[in-house]
Design a protein around this ligand. Structure first.
Ligand SMILES: *Cc1c(COP(=O)(O)O)cnc(C)c1O
Length: 425
């Protein structure tokens, strides 16, 4: 804290002439001049590398959130940075009015990785979901023969699919939907994990069943192993599309390319986002067979930035890294450590812990602390995580975290829980 001039250079993006701004000043300015649509932890990050970030005062933190899985490959992954630099020197954006030379390799490799024909690239996860909704409705009218305007999409309670007005229309989180009506009709919400409820909700108007194979934002909720297989059966029988929103669960997080792999279910469409951009820029996609995506003709859907050259360079690199790199294996072996060690905390301030791959949701005993409390105490000990829904926290370290660092991070969690128990006693 004494070398304020040195800190000043760090805080201001390396400009030695700029005045020093402390953590407190950064937060004060941010809260004054940005909308309060988030409630961040009081940490101002200046740099990141691998699983670690450094704040403006030089403090280091183990990043156990990894941008909600957008940073699966770690901060400034050298392979991704190299690909980004190469592409920045060539061309970044062409629009889809023309082809760019990253486009074909990107869509070909992504489709091939998950065994589908085609890719419709967009930018954010919400846009991939919006794409799926439009495609499913069009498919229902043109292929299934649902009367125009009658298509329904069955979704799961507790879902998180993004923030657009249509998507929040089928959210059950009052924070997400409250005060934003009128809402888009055409959705039926049934409890997550309940295939019977889906069966009851599906009728001749059903265009699709849209689910997260593992619910992320809800707190890493892993359904029973027969849930997705039963949804597959129902969709086959009723001729509805099964759409897997793998924006958070996909691309390595659970130890497989897609979380659907855990139950051997092949959905009709995958939605990807977050990690698909390598943590460099937003890249999302709907991936499906031609008989599904083929319902969209020129001019009927798109995005200025979707499939841009830099996005293509990142996306194809992510696909190659998943296929050739150690990431899936890391998620599995480190995930085993995460699972075993979190189990030890259950009963000691943690009510329950759910894990799949290198991904965990833990429910803190609310009599001991709120999720926010726990996050703040962990940040003081150098570990970054984020709470969701009051007393749940989610752990999703980058898949490049070392075993030693992961264990250290879990030690800090153990220490915070011990502090809380001591304080409560
Ligand atoms: C984050 C997320 C989205 C939305 O992605 P954005 O890029 O924030 O629009 C959609 N679906 C799931 C499952 C997500 O976790």
């Amino acid at each position: 804290m004494s070398d304020t001039r040195g800190l000043g250079r760090r805080e201001t993006g390396g400009d030695p002439a700029a005045p020093a701004i402390s953590t407190t000043d950064h937060i004060g300015l941010a809260e004054t001049h940005s909308a309060h649509n988030y409630n961040p932890l009081p940490v101002v990050i200046a740099e990141g590398e691998g699983a670690w970030v450094t704040d403006v005062e030089g403090r280091r933190y183990l990043d156990c959130l990894a941008g909600y899985s957008a940073i699966n490959f770690g901060h400034r992954n050298p392979e991704l940075l190299a690909a980004a630099h190469r592409q920045l020197e060539r061309v970044t954006l062409t629009s889809r009015a023309f082809y760019n030379d990253q486009f074909a390799p990107f869509v070909t490799s992504l489709a091939d990785m998950v065994g589908k024909d085609q890719v419709l690239p967009m930018n954010t996860g919400a846009e991939a979901v919006e794409t799926a909704i439009k495609v499913a409705r069009r498919w229902a009218y043109e292929v299934k023969g649902v009367p125009d305007g009658d298509a329904t999409i069955i979704v799961a309670g507790g879902n998180f699919h993004g923030r657009t007005t249509t998507i929040i229309s089928f959210s059950q989180d009052p924070d997400a939907y409250g005060g934003f009506g009128p809402y888009t009709p055409g959705f039926r919400v049934v409890p997550f994990g309940d295939a019977d409820a889906v069966e009851d909700a599906v009728d001749s108007t059903a265009a699709a069943v849209l689910v997260e194979p593992v619910q992320g934002e809800a707190g890493v909720i892993v359904p029973e192993p027969d849930y997705l297989p039963r949804l597959r059966e129902i969709c086959d029988r009723e001729r509805a599309l099964l759409i897997a929103d793998e924006v958070q669960s996909g691309l390595g997080r659970t130890g497989t390319v897609v979380a659907c792999e855990h139950t051997g279910v092949e959905p009709d469409a995958y939605l990807f986002g977050k990690a698909l951009g390598g943590g460099v820029l937003p890249v999302s996609a709907m991936v499906a067979d031609e008989e599904v995506l083929g319902v969209i003709k020129p001019g009927q859907h798109g995005s200025t930035f979707g499939g841009n050259a830099l996005a293509g360079a990142m996306g194809r690199t992510v696909v190659r890294m998943l296929r050739e790199g150690p990431y899936l294996e890391n998620a599995r072996t480190l995930g085993e450590i995460l699972r075993t060690r979190l189990k030890e905390f259950v009963g000691g301030g943690v009510l329950s812990a759910r894990t799949i791959g290198l991904w965990a949701g833990i429910d803190v005993d609310p009599s001991l602390a709120t999720g926010r409390d726990l996050c703040e105490r962990l940040a003081e000990r150098g570990v970054l995580v984020k709470d969701t829904h009051g007393s749940t926290i989610r752990l999703s370290p980058p898949l490049v975290v070392s075993e030693e660092d992961l264990n250290w991070g879990l030690d800090q969690l153990g220490a915070v829980l011990a502090d809380l128990r001591a304080g409560a006693a």
